[in-house]
Write a protein that binds this ligand. Structure first.
Ligand SMILES: [Zn+2]
Length: 453
């Protein structure tokens, strides 16, 4: 079941992303390249905040997880052992009339034979498997011996470094290895903005355990991951857990959940949480001839650990965050007339800019100097943006549109001109409620940090 789609809402979001510098089409001045995207000044901040928060929760705040950062190009043998070289493919059909290449499941068959969904033609090839990995050559010679692939997932680097990391970290089961990095898949039909891209980032944890703990840890990680999304501002009511059925699950997996989100274009997967048994390590042990076993000192047992894998897409989550944050409401303009306000209601934790600082007027030297002092005070603690141009209402609106949760305005009261009790206080405005409060400059850092968390 997919939720109702809302194409108009999606159009507005895509347009905002470009207009404000979240996401651009890759190589745009040359007409772009399908399925590839660039993150602009605000997009990169949002993405970093998401990745940093994931790392904090999954690695730094735990005793049982360590991190790693693997290379994108690996020995081809990795992809043979993992099964990607032989089976990481989609069955494809070519339309001989319009040359469209289609996934076999997209070809329509209304009982009158197969038909091309693009041109309606019936001259189609038989399904052929098309590997989704990007092939490349390492070194100067372009022959069979120098072939490898851009990694289609980050997980394999963790599996093949399992022994090294086990030795250096001296962790006992259960423990995990976390990684964030790029992966590449030559998707036939990239679509839904950045949702299905050919180059993307993953945040993956491989959590190693004993066989008997696998099913319980699968449940544990599903719940942990749901909490994570709630903590970045995606409500539980918009998340759905799909239990992947026996026939759709990878043959080695004993249980897989998809965590899905209601995007404007329908319900789609953000993350997979899979109990992969001991398949990956067994494959690599067999293919490499190197032991990837764990020695349990208490029980004096040697065995290949099982693994539970929560694997999240960075770009998909960024898109979900933007879709969830996007809203329109009514707010008064500078003359008190109500107008439509576009506001990104990001959780302060992931908002690209945390606080904007404004002098009420740009031609009053004292106001400007004070505002710049505040920027210097805040800057070591959080990402701030200084803006002095235009009416104050317009400046607030520009920040609302990029989701900045707080705005600080330096006015004449800050200078103590009307009431000396208000000297060195500023107006702190909250984005969603638009409520304003008077705050002492010396309390700003502590207050903002506590609200951003
Ligand atoms: Zn066709």
């Amino acid at each position: 079941m997919s939720a109702p789609s809302d194409s108009q809402r999606m159009e507005k979001i895509v347009s905002l992303c470009k207009r404000r510098g979240f996401i651009f089409q890759s190589s745009e001045i040359y007409g772009g390249l399908n399925g590839l995207w660039d993150y602009g000044p605000l997009g990169v901040e949002l993405k970093r905040n998401l990745k940093d928060y994931w790392w904090r929760v999954m690695v730094h705040e735990r005793d049982d997880v360590v991190g790693m950062d693997g290379s994108i190009l690996m020995n081809r043998a990795v992809w043979k052992a993992s099964g990607h070289e032989d089976t990481f493919s989609d069955p494809m059909v070519d339309c001989r009339s319009c040359k469209a290449r289609l996934r076999a499941d997209q070809v329509i068959d209304k009982g009158k034979g197969r038909q091309c969904p693009v041109c309606g033609g019936k001259d189609l090839t038989e399904p052929r498997s098309f590997n989704l990995m990007f092939k490349t050559y390492v070194g100067a010679t372009e022959d069979e011996s120098s072939i490898t692939y851009l990694r289609p997932e980050t997980a394999q680097a963790i599996f093949v470094q399992f022994k090294n990391i086990l030795d250096v970290s001296r962790k006992k089961l259960p423990f995990g290895i976390a990684q964030i990095g790029k992966a590449f898949r030559n998707e036939i039909n990239p679509r839904n903005f950045t949702f299905r891209s050919r180059e993307f980032e993953q945040m993956e944890l491989e959590y190693f355990c004993r066989a008997e703990e696998g099913m319980k840890l699968l449940e544990y990680w599903k719940e942990e991951r749901l909490k994570f999304y709630e903590n970045i501002g995606i409500p539980r009511s918009k998340l759905h857990v799909l239990t992947v059925s026996d026939d759709e699950r990878a043959f080695y997996s004993k249980g897989t959940y998809d965590i899905e989100y209601d995007f404007p274009f329908g319900r789609q997967e953000l993350e997979g949480v899979a109990y992969r048994t001991d398949y990956d390590l067994s494959q690599h042990q067999k293919a490499s001839g190197k032991s990837l076993e764990y020695f349990d000192e208490e029980r004096k047992q040697k065995f290949i650990p099982h693994v539970v894998e929560p694997s999240a897409g960075v770009d998909r989550t960024v898109l979900a965050l933007i879709c969830e944050a996007y809203s329109e409401d009514q707010a008064p303009d500078d003359k008190g007339k109500m107008e439509t306000r576009i506001v990104l209601r990001f959780h302060p934790r992931i908002a690209p800019v945390k606080c904007a600082v404004f002098p009420l007027l740009k031609n009053k030297e004292q106001l400007v100097a004070k505002a710049k002092e505040i920027v210097d005070l805040l800057r070591p603690n959080l990402f701030v943006f200084y803006d002095e141009s235009g009416a104050i209402g317009r400046r607030y609106r520009r920040q609302d549109e990029i989701g900045t949760p707080f705005g600080v305005t330096v006015d004449f009261e800050t200078l103590g001109e009307k009431d000396s009790a208000l000297r060195d206080t500023v107006t702190l405005r909250e984005r969603d409620s638009m409520k304003q409060e008077r705050v002492a400059i010396k309390d700003l850092v502590t207050l903002l940090i506590s609200r951003i968390a």
